[in-house]
Design a protein around this ligand. Structure first.
Ligand SMILES: Cc1cc2nc3c(=O)[nH]c(=O)nc-3n(C[C@H](O)[C@H](O)[C@H](O)COP(=O)(O)OP(=O)(O)OC[C@H]3O[C@@H](n4cnc5c(N)ncnc54)[C@H](O)[C@@H]3O)c2cc1C
Length: 485
């Protein structure tokens, strides 16, 4: 009997081990396929033909769409927008772009990469690092796609030097609502389409392929943590590094109103040790207790993948048990599925605001008095160009060449206050702007006094005259909020 039980246990353990080995092998194979570069496997013409067939399939879907209801995208990677209960976009027709996941080619001499829009940053970094190169401005959540980073928004610790990921792009392939394929660059006949696709949230066409710049990278990043006691000191330190351009990376955590940490990083060839923050340890907390740290370059890029300042699971025990499983992709996929659980009357605040550097002090004074949620994430962002998607009045008279992105993640709203709306109004007053991935309460007129309606309509007339993608206001401020119109 005992022998039979032992044999059964051994059998189960063996089957389990075998299943795990097969599972791991499948995961490795899939990852290798996602991180493969087409021109390493096929002739360039063949890669172009493979991609063209995918684009033709998408264009055919659009051409056959009867226009009876708006359309949204079905991507392979999870969406990285704040999940909202009652989001009308869930009822949209779906254009399937889930096979646009191929890295087409990498040119290590020209330091450029061409890839399909559904490629995620975690796969892209793994592929480009094989050439000692990385994309510029890598958003910190692994499964954000390059198409979403352009159509939505993108910022990270290289932004103090380069602006957003879209500012490093050289060309876009855009499929219009009529199934036309446009090749857009900053200086060809589709230059305005090129500029307006950024932040258009899929309402000005479908991005199918992008070409963008790469920069040299070392295998490790050394990060130093500078702690300041006041906003003035903090801003002076940011300005010093900005003017000296003496670091590869700069972001920060405002732990409390008078514990402000600036995280400055440099690529290094060697590291005496490396830290990982993908299980029980929480990266943002480490910035408040350490003076330096070493991470591998991929681990540095995705140091916040478990969440920036609102890490999930919150408790140590929760992370010990589930931390390894709960990467951002899994969390957001789950949140998207369970969207009906998300309160719509007092949603949790997950919000990024962009402030001209000279207005940061005034904003934080007000913020501390009226909102007071800490910790905050801060990312300096270079004013690379005056974006065509913003109304000219936004830049009129602005001297600042630097912005500061301040991210409020995971704040529970107190009774009787609408923090999102309060911040929208304060930003109007101070000449700042917020990202549209969260909860938006703008009126139509107010919205189009900030976003550039003339440029938007000019491009919309070319790429979506039947308005099957919805317009930017309707999609981000109405449908996303469960409101018609
Ligand atoms: C919790 C959280 C934290 C975040 N932190 C950061 C951060 O630190 N840094 C940062 O840069 N961003 C951050 N984001 C924002 C995120 O990068 C943007 O929302 C980005 O747009 C998401 O890209 P995605 O690939 O997941 O696209 P999705 O979220 O699926 O789509 C975003 C929008 O782009 C459109 N879109 C997507 N792909 C295409 C395409 N191929 N063609 C046309 N339109 C398309 C979609 O229709 C949608 O309107 C965060 C978001 C969340 C929810």
């Amino acid at each position: 009997m005992k022998r039979a039980r032992l044999l059964t246990a051994a059998g189960i353990a063996g089957t389990g081990a075998l299943a795990a080995a097969i599972g791991a092998r499948i995961v490795r194979k899939r990852r290798a396929a996602r991180q493969a570069i087409c021109t390493d496997l096929h002739a360039p013409d063949e890669c172009a033909a493979i991609h063209r067939r995918k684009v033709e399939r998408i264009a055919a879907q659009l051409r056959s769409h009867d226009g009876s209801r708006p359309v949204s995208l079905r991507k392979k990677a999870p969406p990285h927008q704040v999940p909202k209960g009652g989001d009308l976009r869930r009822r949209d027709g779906k254009i399937d772009i889930s096979d646009l996941t191929q890295i087409v080619t990498i040119d290590p001499i020209a330091r450029t990469c061409t890839a399909e829009s559904g490629v995620t940053f975690v796969d892209l970094v793994a592929a480009t690092l094989r050439y000692g190169l990385v994309p510029i401005v890598v958003p910190e959540l692994k499964t954000i796609t390059i198409g979403g980073a352009v159509s939505g928004c993108s910022i990270e610790s290289m932004s103090y030097r380069y602006g957003g990921f879209h500012d490093t792009c050289l060309a876009y392939e855009v499929v219009t609502a009529n199934g036309e394929v446009l090749h857009c660059t900053p200086d060809n006949e589709h230059a305005l389409v090129f500029q307006m696709v950024h932040g258009s949230f899929g309402t000005l066409g479908i991005l199918t392929k992008l070409t963008f710049q790469l920069v040299p990278a070392a295998p490790f990043v050394r990060v130093e943590y500078e702690t300041y006691r006041s906003v003035l000191e903090y801003q002076a330190a940011i300005r010093k590094h900005y003017e000296m351009q003496d670091v590869d990376f700069m972001d920060g955590i405002l732990h409390t109103p008078n514990k402000l940490v600036l995280c400055v990083g440099r690529f290094v060839e060697k590291a005496p040790y490396t830290s990982k923050y993908d299980w029980t340890k929480v990266y943002y907390q480490s910035t408040g207790t350490r003076t330096e740290d070493y991470l591998t370059t991929p681990d540095y890029f995705f140091r916040y993948d478990r969440g920036v300042t609102n890490v999930h699971p919150r408790s140590f025990v929760g992370r010990l048990l589930f931390g390894k499983l709960m990467d951002s992709g899994t969390t957001l996929r789950l949140a998207d599925k369970l969207n009906f659980l998300f309160k719509s009357d007092r949603p949790t605040v997950i919000l990024d605001v962009f402030l001209p550097f000279s207005k940061v002090g005034a904003f934080l004074d007000w913020y501390q008095r009226e909102v007071g949620h800490f910790p905050l994430w801060a990312v300096p962002y270079k004013r690379v160009r005056d974006y065509e998607w913003l109304d000219e009045s936004f830049y009129a008279g602005m001297q600042d060449t630097l912005f500061l992105d301040i991210a409020i993640y995971g704040m529970e709203q107190p009774e009787g206050k609408n923090i999102h709306r309060m911040i929208e109004e304060k930003l109007r007053e101070l000449g700042g702007i917020k990202t549209l991935i969260s909860h938006n309460y703008y009126s139509k007129d107010e919205f189009w006094s900030i976003w550039n309606k003339r440029n938007y309509d000019q491009v919309k007339a070319i790429t979506d005259p039947r308005n099957v993608f919805r317009d930017l206001y309707s999609k981000t401020c109405r449908a996303a909020m469960g409101l018609p119109g």
